[in-house]
Design a protein around this ligand. Structure first.
Ligand code: FES
Ligand code: FE2
Length: 339
């Protein structure tokens, strides 16, 4: 079971043109995401309530989706608006026919879909601070052949850097040194409090100005690395969305306010991609072992964030079933490791 009552990153907004629709499998559910002629995205269950064919095989005119099988039409709110086979005196209340609608929002250039059990206000999707409604300078996504938990734990694992991401521009094995970072609880997760970034990252040094980093994590699997460099902000949003029990998409959106970075985009994109691929490659190899169902270990302090993730998940699920308010199990703490 995947965590519910949360926003999940569905796709970069720039990949969905006005009047277009696309089919996605998210949390094991078929979802049609479309952008109306008015520019607003919406999401529907991608199954025709008549005979179950995915609506995404049909047509979209920017207002209504038409099923390819018998031409039933549906608005962005999921209500049926037309059934072509009905003759005028046949009393069939088409308003009773509905396809489930998911709350869908576009925030800072990305489309998020809410998977919830309640009909109340789902609140806002995760928002990156200090960027207004700026869209990402760069988006990257990769499908990992693993359960969402392994992708999330990989995100917050500080000890794999010098091994998995060994490269001249990021980390070398020789650069390993002891680190101590202060953490505190946040709304649905925890934050590595603002600090000067690691001196062993050559890539950071390019930015110039006085630098500080804050890294936050929130359920279901959203990591925001927020770097201030002088008066500028560089930010990396990573959001992990399960496709199924065995497949997970890791989305990466990079934002910056430094104007000089924008023309360097074609140069930077391969690095972002290489970085994500290093994480993916190690997950592919890990699957070879996980197939045999081994017991796994989480050690202090390098794996404490992973422990927190599992505790947060339990607390979230418990709050969902008991109807109690969510209580964050994370306590403020200093963590030490070598990386
Ligand atoms: S299956 Fe969609 S209209 Fe019949
Ligand atoms: Fe990594």
């Amino acid at each position: 079971m995947f965590l519910r009552n949360l926003w999940y990153f569905a796709m970069p907004g720039r990949d969905l043109k006005r009047g277009a629709m696309t089919a996605k499998l998210l949390l094991g559910e078929p979802v049609l995401i479309a952008r109306g002629g008015d520019g607003a995205p919406f999401a529907l269950r991608d199954i025709c309530p008549h005979r179950g064919i995915p609506l995404s095989h049909g047509a979209f005119d920017g207002k209504e989706v038409e099923c390819c099988y018998h031409g039933w039409r549906f608005g962005g709110d999921g209500r049926c608006t037309a059934i072509p086979s009905l003759v005028p005196d046949q009393k069939f209340n088409i308003e009773r026919v509905k396809v489930a609608r998911y709350p869908c929002r576009e925030v800072q250039g990305n489309i998020w879909v809410y998977f919830g059990d309640e009909t109340g206000d789902p609140g806002d999707p995760p928002i990156v601070p200090e960027l207004g409604d700026r869209a990402p300078g760069m988006n990257e996504a990769m499908t990992f052949p693993c359960h969402v938990d392994h992708a999330v734990v990989g995100l917050m694992d500080p000890a794999h850097g010098p091994f998995v991401h060994q490269s001249w521009w990021w980390r070398s094995r020789r650069s390993i040194h002891e680190k101590s970072k202060a953490f505190g609880p946040s709304q649905r997760g925890f934050t590595m409090l603002r600090h000067p970034p690691s001196s062993n990252s050559a890539a950071y040094r390019l930015l110039g100005g006085e630098m500080t980093t804050e890294i936050s994590f929130q359920l279901p699997g959203v990591r925001i690395e927020h770097i201030r460099a002088g008066k500028h902000v560089l930010c990396n949003l990573t959001a992990v969305t399960p496709v199924s029990e065995t497949e997970t998409v890791v989305h990466n959106a990079i934002y910056w306010t430094q104007p000089w970075l924008t023309p360097l985009k074609p140069l930077l994109a391969p690095f972002a991609r290489a970085f994500l691929k290093q994480d993916r490659d190690v997950v592919v190899m890990q699957q070879e072992g996980l197939r045999h169902n081994p017991n796994l270990m989480l050690i202090n302090d390098a794996d404490v964030q992973a422990k927190w993730y599992y505790q947060l998940k339990d607390a979230w699920q418990k709050a969902g079933t008991d109807g109690q308010p969510f209580e964050n199990p994370v306590k403020a703490q200093e963590l030490r490791w070598r990386s």
